[in-house]
Ligand binder design. Structure first.
Ligand SMILES: Nc1ncnc2c1ncn2[C@@H]1O[C@H](COP(=O)(O)OP(=O)(O)OP(=O)(O)O)[C@@H](O)[C@H]1O
Length: 319
């Protein structure tokens, strides 16, 4: 067996069969490495190990590794609302966390270019994404959900002066990033039914959309507008989530319903979409969200509420 043959045999174990047979010409070893499904770190570690091993083969002074990957189709789940402030970002963050805890390979994109909040919700403000081959590498949040937000890329407020095409480009960069083994991408949409929504729908073709609304009639009218936009674009409606549904007393936990109960569920039925569940208005949710500690990471009553909604989404995805 030549030195090259024994290195080729070692390569198989080292890369789990991902490497092609190495060739050596003029002292340069070349080989292809299939990197589909690997994270950037795993990839780098394998490439470094190959290099190290290759340079011990007599006659090899340089190594070239061509990384190949079929780009995996990401399943995009958009979280949208007709108007701002209804808790879309809170729901997106907690759904991502709950889905991860259910065993899904999930990533999170903050498409709210003008008012990004995911970096704070997921305690990743201090991180800056790297780029490789013109693709961004998502940052890791403390709960282990890879994520990207405009807040990781520009100073707060800088994107406010951007026009349509720049926004659409920025969104494209966040979504077409190096997501590694992520299969499901939760995308926190900006509020309303404007350019970013259209660009998102046309270019990135979500597999489905979750609509968030509060119990007030006004918010539901806005929700209907959002529903219509996605419906017209043939994006499947996964269902409606009612946020701030009733007020959970921080002392006794009792939930009261200043805006009445059951409105969102009835509205969902009327619009022909599933009702995914309700999250109460609770000081603890706001406090923990502000502190970058998503309630879905725990198992208390709020964690369970987010989990129940995530389970319904998981069911939808598995269909
Ligand atoms: N169920 C809840 N209970 C208590 N506070 C909540 C709840 N949901 C959201 N909030 C709080 O309400 C505020 C708005 O929520 P969030 O940012 O998630 O809304 P949004 O719809 O994404 O808003 P925007 O459109 O401005 O991005 C935040 O301070 C958040 O902590």
């Amino acid at each position: 067996m030549t030195d090259l043959d024994s290195f080729a045999a070692r390569l198989k174990t080292l890369t789990g069969g991902r490497a092609s047979t190495p060739r050596v010409k003029d002292g340069v070893m070349t080989l292809a490495l299939e990197v589909g499904g690997l994270t950037a770190d795993q990839r780098d570690a394998i490439a470094a190990a190959i290099r190290e091993g290759a340079l011990t083969v007599p006659g090899v002074s340089d190594v070239r590794i061509a990384m190949t990957a079929e780009r995996k189709e990401l399943r995009i789940i958009a979280v949208a609302s007709g108007k701002g402030g209804v808790g879309k970002s809170t729901l997106s963050a907690n759904l991502a966390v709950a889905l991860k805890r259910l065993g899904h390979r999930v990533g999170l994109v903050d498409a709210d270019i003008y008012g990004p909040s995911q970096a704070r919700l997921m305690a990743s403000e201090d991180q800056k994404p790297q780029a490789r081959d013109k693709h961004l590498i998502p940052v890791q949040s403390p709960v282990g959900v890879p994520m990207l937000s405009m807040a990781h890329l520009v100073e707060p407020g800088r994107a406010l002066a951007w026009r349509g095409p720049m926004v659409s480009n920025a969104l494209g960069q966040l979504i077409d990033a190096e997501w590694g083994d992520v299969e499901t991408l939760i995308v926190d949409m900006p509020p309303g039914t404007g350019d970013i929504q259209l660009s998102m729908i046309q270019k990135h073709k979500p597999a489905g959309v979750v609509i968030v609304s509060t119990p007030q009639d006004l918010a539901l009218i806005d929700a209907t507008r959002a529903v219509n936009l996605f419906e017209q674009a043939h994006v499947p409606l996964i269902g409606l989530v009612e946020n701030m549904a009733g007020y959970a007393c921080p002392h006794c936990g009792e939930v009261s319903d200043p805006f009445g109960a059951g409105g969102a569920e009835a509205a969902a039925k009327e619009m022909g979409m599933a009702f995914l569940g309700r999250i109460p208005l609770a000081i603890d949710i706001r406090r923990r969200s502000d502190a970058g500690d998503p309630p879905a990471a725990g198992d208390d009553v709020h964690g369970q509420a987010f989990r129940a909604i995530a389970e319904k989404i998981a069911e939808y995805v598995a269909r």
